[in-house]
Design a protein around this ligand. Structure first.
Ligand SMILES: [Zn+2]
Length: 97
């Protein structure tokens, strides 16, 4: 998916349409892991249920999850505040021109 680097979009802080920069956010810092996330990590490495191989490999073998959800945010050039999309975009590859 190709995106322009600037889009005219509604800013809820300015309450008007303003020019906004497209920013791709990469994963944040991880805090203390909960029991659930530790379990998830174990499953990713060791497989889950009747699946003896890792989840990632399983997905690869089954041919699922060809796309990834990207976290795209918009930074207002007028007030400098970031606005997010509710669910983000799904795409194989993301390009910001
Ligand atoms: Zn704004």
């Amino acid at each position: 998916m190709k995106l322009p680097s600037q889009i005219k979009r509604y800013c809820p802080y300015c309450k008007a349409h303003t020019l906004q920069k497209v920013v791709q956010v990469k994963g944040g810092k991880r805090g203390t892991m909960t029991a659930g996330s530790r379990r998830k990590l174990y499953n990713i490495e060791h497989g889950y249920g009747s699946t003896p191989y890792p989840m990632f490999e399983h997905a690869k073998r089954m041919g699922v999850k060809q796309t990834k959800r990207y976290d795209i945010r918009y930074k207002c050039t007028k007030c400098g505040k970031m606005t997010t999309q509710s669910r983000g975009n799904k795409a194989k590859k993301l390009e910001i021109k």
